[in-house]
Ligand binder design. Structure first.
Ligand SMILES: CC(C)(COP(=O)(O)OP(=O)(O)OC[C@H]1O[C@@H](n2cnc3c(N)ncnc32)[C@H](O)[C@@H]1OP(=O)(O)O)[C@@H](O)C(=O)NCCC(=O)NCCS
Length: 140
């Protein structure tokens, strides 16, 4: 059984960097100090450990009233398809269940679509409850 914990500061941050590398998120890990800052300034962070290995993490931003933005969710490839991602997302959605809007930005791929829709998120392309749109501005 994997334990979901909030105490990410108790682990060696290099173990979190290693998790990000394991899913190929090198844009984050080429600047470890910035990743640490991003963790420190997140509203809510969850990690999952197996022994001393950090096998999954989630990072969210929220004002605790109107918006909950899921920034990162990642599970080591060796530990995917075991329900860990689902449990992490369930936890954060419970934590912010009083918040009206839950948003995230992700790659337009079938696996992401399946993962998020199975957890209650709706893709705006097929959203039927109104005429919503979304805008994004990325700095490279
Ligand atoms: C996306 C990710 C977090 C899912 O975590 P996971 O622990 O493997 O997912 P779970 O085992 O909890 O599966 C949850 C649901 O998503 C589906 N799912 C998960 N990964 C999938 C994949 N690669 N392809 C298709 N469906 C997938 C499962 O079928 C499951 O649905 P079900 O319970 O109805 O069968 C994980 O694959 C990952 O870390 N990927 C790399 C990083 C990434 O892309 N993060 C998300 C973008 S921010």
């Amino acid at each position: 059984m994997f334990n979901i914990r909030e105490d990410w500061r108790s682990v060696d941050f290099n173990d979190i960097v290693s998790l990000y590398n394991s899913v190929g998120w090198n844009a984050y890990t080429k600047d470890k100090e910035s990743l640490l800052k991003a963790f420190t300034n997140s509203s809510y962070v969850l990690i999952v450990k197996e022994g001393n290995v950090v096998v999954a993490a989630l990072r969210s931003l929220s004002d605790d009233v109107s918006i909950h933005y899921l920034q990162d969710i990642l599970v080591r490839p060796s530990h995917q398809y075991k329900g860990i991602g689902r449990r992490l997302l369930d936890n954060v959605l419970k934590r912010y269940s009083h918040v009206r809007t839950h948003m995230l930005l992700t790659d337009d791929e079938e696996k992401q679509m399946k993962f998020y829709t199975s957890l209650g998120y709706e893709n705006l392309k097929t959203y039927k409850k109104g005429t919503l749109n979304t805008f994004v501005k990325m700095n490279n």
